[in-house]
Design a binder for this molecule. Structure first.
Ligand SMILES: [Zn+2]
Length: 173
């Protein structure tokens, strides 16, 4: 079947298809892992107009936004954390028990995904990464990645807890 040139082309196409399907699989796996945490639009449409205002109040996007600001997801006023990452178990503004939300290593995982896509991958587009001396590239990239990680972690953890807060209302009423 076919001559040498054709089979070389076929090999290249096979290789590219393999790479593409590998990347697609990675994206699908990421989406599956993230799906439960992605906020849905608040239920404000007509179908839910008759339901209790508890549902309307606890929208995922509201919890997400309050969490992003590192505020209590229940009131949006009290500070969610005492210090850098420790959750304040009782909100000082509304008394809500924020200690019940278990973030575990979800925020760390999400932060790695975000830093990898927003910092590490774009960095690889700049040729100086390969051309500049290692003594410069290593401290530069490491401090950039560290700074981005430390800046994102509390924000991601806040948003994570905010979405949990909204899910709790629909799951256990
Ligand atoms: Zn509160």
């Amino acid at each position: 079947m076919g001559h040498r040139g054709g089979s070389q082309e076929k090999d290249l196409v096979d290789l590219l298809c393999d790479r593409a399907s590998l990347i697609m699989h990675a994206i699908v796996i990421e989406c599956r892992l993230l799906a439960p945490y992605i906020p849905h639009a608040p239920r404000t449409d007509a179908r839910f107009e008759g339901s209790s205002d508890m549902d309307a109040k606890r929208s995922a996007s509201e919890g997400f936004k309050r969490g992003l600001r590192r505020r209590c997801p229940n009131c949006g006023e009290g500070a969610l954390f005492q210090g850098y990452l420790k959750v304040q178990s009782t909100c000082e503004a509304c008394g809500h028990d924020n200690g019940t939300y278990r973030a575990d290593d979800g925020p760390a995982y999400l932060t790695i995904v975000l830093v990898g896509h927003l910092v590490v991958a774009p960095l690889l587009c700049f040729p100086f990464i390969w051309q500049a001396p290692l003594a410069f590239v290593l401290p530069f990239t490491l401090s950039l990645v560290t700074a981005a990680t430390l800046a994102l972690l509390p924000v991601v953890k806040g948003a994570f807890i905010g979405v949990q807060w909204s899910a709790r209302a629909t799951a256990t009423q």
